[in-house]
Design a binder for this molecule. Structure first.
Ligand code: PMP
Length: 359
């Protein structure tokens, strides 16, 4: 069967080496005589998987022991409510930067637990650009939350913004490990892992110990960060296979090196954006170049008919996953770490071929 070129936004393309290793482990895991799917979550082998994965996250992010690393159930959205449950007191306020649907959903979840202040928003322009980062951040906020990369609309904060001493929390679901980044500026960051880091249903979280001391209410253990830390992410039956795939991804990222990953990602994004900027048929969604995501490239074609025809051409040429998010329409090409430059070249060639016929 022809292998597809996968530009899906998540679950997303995984490197062939990782798929191969994961398949081997499904058959037999090391010398255990068991499949990884049968491996006990409280056994020695899984404890080693947890320990190595945490060590690699620390190494790749430049974090010391001042941060706790957790693998939690529930993907990205579970963090949308665990964060305010843990850190937003009932009579307190949290600041949110609204730069896209995921940021908006995070603040809607937080409003169940306390006061939410929208410090900046680009919603009125349909998130075509990033909002201006607030010049003033009220000192009394429990934390400021933002989304580093907007998976749906294709905008991205390139540098870590300044939160003036208020704890800064970042949703890095779609650009974690995609470039050099100063993770130590965050009090907490998290990522749903089904993009650059594995398979769905899990979130990687890193929380600084000073923030962990500020838990605002009594919570059942599954929803409490300190309780999860105490049990080292194995409070209940852990997602053994999912976390193992994330470990394989971390090893792959380390072997390739973040600097090389960043260089490749820039090259892929530049190739696609420059084709879009020169096109008479396709229009990039984000016009402000500095705001453009290196990870999710969004665009439209001339009209609905032309979009349908281009989609059909891509399908004929084994390209999948380029339809825009159901709330945005058009196209979205996700250039996660496992997508290679040759795949992007193939897409750009098809775009040019299509254009020459449409003109
Ligand atoms: N945050 C961002 C930036 C995302 O892109 C997504 C999913 N695409 C989520 C959160 C939600 O993740 P999940 O579907 O795992 O809840």
């Amino acid at each position: 069967m022809q292998i597809k070129i996968n530009f899906n936004a998540g679950p997303a393309a995984l490197p062939p080496e990782v798929l191969h290793e994961a398949a081997k482990a499904v058959n037999k895991y090391k010398k255990t005589g068991l499949s990884i799917l049968e491996l006990p979550h409280r056994g020695k082998e899984f404890a080693e998987i947890i320990a190595e994965s945490k060590q690699l996250v620390r190494e790749l992010c430049g974090l010391d022991d001042n941060y706790e690393i957790l693998w939690l159930h529930g993907g990205g959205r579970q963090q949308f409510f665990m964060i305010p449950m843990n850190f937003l007191p009932e009579n307190g306020s949290a600041g949110y930067i609204d730069s896209g649907r995921w940021s908006e959903e995070a603040l809607e979840y937080a409003a169940h637990y306390g006061d939410v202040q929208v410090l900046a928003s680009s919603k009125k322009d349909n998130y075509r650009h990033l909002p201006t980062w607030p010049a003033k951040i009220p000192k009394n906020l429990a934390y400021v939350h933002f989304t580093t990369n907007n998976t749906i609309y294709g905008t991205q904060w390139k540098d870590v913004p300044e939160s003036k001493g208020v704890p800064l929390i970042a949703d890095m679901s779609s650009d974690i490990f995609s470039r050099e980044h100063d993770y130590t500026k965050y009090s907490m960051f998290y990522a749903a892992v089904q993009k650059n880091l594995g398979t769905p249903g899990i979130a990687l979280t890193a929380i600084r110990k000073d923030l962990l001391k500020k838990v605002a209410r009594s919570l059942p253990p599954m929803l409490s960060y300190p309780a999860q830390v105490k049990e080292d992410s194995i409070l209940n039956t852990a997602n053994v296979f999912g976390i193992y795939v994330s470990l394989l991804m971390l090893r792959w990222i380390k072997a390739k090196g973040i600097a090389t990953i960043e260089k490749d990602n820039n090259q892929k994004a530049q190739l696609l954006y420059s084709a879009l900027d020169q096109s008479s048929v396709f229009t990039p969604y984000v016009t402000e170049k500095a705001d453009r995501s290196m990870t999710n490239v969004c665009f439209t074609a001339k009209n609905a008919e032309s979009e349908k025809a281009f989609l059909a051409l891509c399908e004929e040429n084994d390209i999948v996953g380029i339809s825009g998010h159901r709330s945005a329409g058009g196209f979205r090409v996700s250039l996660y770490n496992a997508v290679d430059l040759e795949s992007v070249r193939h897409l750009v060639r098809l775009m040019q071929e299509f254009e020459s016929k449409e003109r």
